[in-house]
Design a protein around this ligand. Structure first.
Ligand SMILES: CSC[C@H]1O[C@H](OP(=O)(O)O)[C@H](O)[C@@H]1O
Length: 349
């Protein structure tokens, strides 16, 4: 796909450059990060967000965080390494890519035990680069596999942002839409604004407009009407964790969209890199759902919109049960149902 994409996470070996997604769409600004605490904060505050991008940022953040690790012996190094990895793991609980990336870095560190620690540090930077490049390739494959489900002239609805800036490049749910554009197909998009943090309005609408793709912004509550009016032929969303039975955690509101799609007999697709599939999480009930600050609802983007002291419930994600999911699209292909049987096969070489 042509290079219209902004790389939201970049590392030059010394500094981590993070596109501050809280400032989009008005301001395109990169944070220059040299401390692991600032990486933790960037993930927590959704300055970097989107499951794959969180994993990539964590890998680079860990590489940054161990630059001062002791080099006397592996044991001393690894104790320091584990402490930094465990710290990054506390930033957000739901997107499994964070833990997947930290495990990848841990496995690489252990595999290089025996080499000088100074070399191990360099090899871990290479591992973080590999994680980023792999994700770029994975998103491209997801785009190809998902596009096989789309027809020229259709309109798809998406929720939240699973675009290029939420990944290494291309996105997951938006990857087929970019690819369709490149191949001259006419795919239109309804983007749910996605309260309370408006990833759909601020990020998806912005990304798609930048790419010259026909996008219409709607409030979350309008999704039912556009489906009822026959304006939507498919729904595609990203994910933050796929459980072993195919239940999917994604941005709050996704479950409602899946119910609406079912009610209107519209296919509901989930774009899921293998790095977001967690076979150790048995069902959606076992997925930790992040709860965030009340102010994101009562004073989102600075304007107070609720009575002082009102009780607030602000889960950042919900779980869509597998029976509402028409297909899960991974870099290895399209899976239609029977997820608990099929998912483990994805990890066989
Ligand atoms: C490919 S992004 C996947 C996923 O991550 C987003 O969550 P957040 O904005 O809180 O990081 C959203 O759920 C996307 O669908």
């Amino acid at each position: 796909m042509e290079d219209i994409f902004l790389q939201s996470v970049k590392f030059d070996g010394e500094k981590l450059y993070v596109l501050d997604q809280t400032k989009l769409p008005q301001v395109t600004e990169f944070l220059e990060i040299t401390d692991i605490e600032d990486v933790w904060d960037a993930i927590k505050q959704l300055k970097v967000r989107g499951a794959p991008a969180i994993g990539i940022a964590a890998a680079y953040g860990l590489a940054l965080g161990i630059k001062d690790a002791p080099e006397s012996d592996f044991e001393a190094f690894y104790e320091y390494f584990k402490e930094k990895a465990d710290y990054l793991a506390t930033s957000r609980p739901t997107a499994v890519n964070l833990f997947w990336a930290l495990k990848r870095m841990d496995a690489r560190a252990k595999a290089e035990n025996g080499k000088p620690v100074s070399s191990i540090k360099k090899l871990l930077i290479e591992e973080a680069h590999t994680i980023r490049q792999e994700d770029e390739n994975v998103c491209s494959s997801i785009g190809e596999n998902a596009l096989s489900l789309f027809q020229d002239g259709m309109t798809v609805l998406t929720h939240c942002n699973a675009g290029g800036i939420a990944t290494a490049k291309y996105g997951t749910a938006l990857a087929p839409i970019y690819l369709a554009k490149e191949r001259g197909m006419d795919i239109k998009v309804f983007a749910d604004e996605t309260r309370p943090l408006l990833q759909g309005a601020r990020l998806t609408a912005w990304e798609l407009m930048q790419a010259g793709i026909d996008v219409t912004l709607i409030t979350d509550s309008m999704a039912a009407m556009v489906m009822q009016q026959g304006k939507v032929q498919a729904v595609i969303v990203g994910c933050d964790r796929v459980a072993a039975n195919g239940d999917v955690a994604n941005k709050i509101g996704t479950y409602g969209v899946a119910l609406l799609a079912k009610a209107h007999n519209i296919p509901f697709y989930v774009a899921a890199p293998l790095s977001t599939i967690d076979l150790e999480t048995r069902t959606g009930e076992d997925i930790p759902i992040e709860e965030r600050a009340a102010e994101e609802i009562t004073a989102g983007f600075g304007k107070s919109t609720a009575p002082e002291g009102v009780k607030v419930f602000n889960p950042a994600f919900d779980v869509t049960p597998h029976h509402l999911i028409t297909a899960i699209i991974t870099e290895k292909g399209v899976m239609r149902g029977n997820y608990s049987e099929e998912l483990p096969h994805l990890f066989e070489n």
